[in-house]
Design a protein around this ligand. Structure first.
Ligand code: PMP
Length: 432
């Protein structure tokens, strides 16, 4: 393996000398799948091309943002136009209002939006706001959910931290970590217990309403409703981290899907159309607690950056068309049927889970409902699956603790090719 990726191997050696681990985000490391990362040259539609000239069908989509596929013409056009006008002003532009209006339109729970530069900033700011607004310090977080690398949220986190088996992180003080109370996902009793003990100290609960960062797991019936009720009863805020699910599971995100109005929502990924963006948003009276109107301070030199806003706005304008979500669902359903048929036919011990255009193939025979279930998956088998899929020209997230994303650019033939590759690889693994 690897002969056809000589240039990538060389580029990685060079990168390792000047970048920690050779990557600018740990989730890009291929250590869990015992490979060197693949260096990318370009993306086109549903395809990624590496620097050796290999072509891959892509199910990572930059970890979610590229819902339209690579280089959608509407987005590129807007970026080119903005490039000529200027890439940053540090002063207001009308584009910022336009994109905020679109988000407000699609999310009934949102009256006001503040733009930041990443999902991490969005959740970090939402937590600060929840604490400032309620005058309380403690936050409830769900085990295996990932909300970026802000100190308060880097406790029992999913994604790269889970892949690398990092439970907390040196550098996060004990005092900070102890204000974050972690409970298992999909477990009502655990949340009740925390409220019984600390009720008046809880500023809010933050969660991925459908998780992507421990693989795709949806809420059990009644769970989200329960969280809405218990937070309201105790004067705590319900914070939906929709960085991954926003504009993906539906135009109105998971909150549309489960018909719940959270107090605060965080966004990222798709709303930047592939440029660095995050946002936090919510009801007027809470958002007006943010500076310059309110006392909770949060700022950003490049926040609302015009290039990022143009890419985001052009993407969201495409997503105004609700048919897009019907198309995504049809593609995702086709893939689900194909994968499930393969698993059944081969009697392979695997569990396929999907919500909308996010899915994970878990290497376990039993249903996956929480982080402990994901941890019990066969990671070695996943790694072998991943490597074989790469050889078949299918680029997947290099960890069991991640979501796969379906983009609009994937054609019927692309999906057939993926299902066929999945069959061949599972068959081979079964025989080994
Ligand atoms: N929240 C969720 C749900 C995420 O999936 C991520 C990133 N994968 C983040 C927050 C952090 O976003 P960023 O990497 O842009 O800081």
């Amino acid at each position: 393996m690897g002969d056809q990726r000589k240039k990538s191997a060389k580029a990685f050696k060079k990168a390792e000398k000047v970048i920690p681990g050779g990557v600018n985000s740990p989730a890009r490391a291929f250590s869990a799948v015992e490979m060197d990362p693949i260096f990318i040259e370009k993306g086109e539609g549903a395809y990624l091309y590496d620097i050796d000239g290999n072509q891959y069908l892509d199910y990572v989509n930059s970890w979610g943002p590229m819902i339209l596929g690579y280089n959608p013409p509407q987005v590129i056009k807007k970026l080119k136009e903005q490039l000529k006008k200027g890439t940053s002003f540090g002063a207001p532009t009308e584009i910022e209002t336009e994109i905020a209006e679109l988000i407000v339109d699609f999310y009934p729970a949102v009256d006001k939006v503040r733009m930041v530069n990443s999902g991490t900033e969005a959740t970090m700011s939402a937590i600060r706001l929840a604490r400032g607004y309620t005058g309380r310090d403690k936050i409830i977080k769900l085990e295996g959910c990932y909300h970026g690398h802000g100190d308060s949220l880097l406790v029992d986190a999913g994604s790269g931290a889970a892949t690398l088996g990092i439970k907390g992180s040196p550098g996060v003080t004990e005092n900070t970590a102890k204000e974050t109370i972690v409970v298992p996902y999909n477990n009502q009793q655990a949340v009740e217990k925390v409220f019984t003990e600390y009720g008046s100290e809880i500023a809010g609960i933050i969660l991925e309403p459908v998780t992507g960062n421990m693989g795709v797991i949806g809420p059990e019936p009644g769970y989200i409703d329960f969280l809405r009720k218990i937070t309201r009863k105790n004067g705590a805020l319900l914070i939906f981290d929709e960085v991954m699910t926003g504009f993906r599971l539906a135009r109105g995100g998971a909150q549309e899907l489960y018909k719940i109005e959270p107090d605060l929502s965080t966004f990222g990924k798709i709303i930047g159309g592939g440029m660095p963006v995050g946002a936090y948003a919510g009801r007027r009276e809470i958002m007006d607690y943010v500076a310059p109107v309110g006392p909770v301070y949060q700022a950003g030199t490049l926040s609302g950056n015009p290039m990022a806003m143009q890419a985001g706005l052009a993407t969201l304008k495409e997503l105004k068309n609700k048919k897009i979500y019907t198309q995504l669902e049809a593609k995702a359903e086709k893939l689900e049927k194909g994968f499930k048929k393969n698993i059944e036919e081969l009697e392979f011990p695997a569990y396929f889970n999907r919500v909308g255009s996010m899915f994970t193939l878990f290497f376990t025979a039993k249903k996956v409902k929480n982080y402990q279930d994901v941890k019990s998956c066969d990671q070695k088998l996943f790694a072998a699956y991943f490597r074989n899929m790469i050889e078949a020209g299918i680029y997947l997230p290099p960890s069991q603790f991640e979501a796969n994303f379906i983009s609009l650019a994937l054609s019927e033939e692309n999906l057939d090719q993926t299902i066929a590759a999945n069959y061949q690889v599972l068959k081979k693994l079964k025989a080994e």
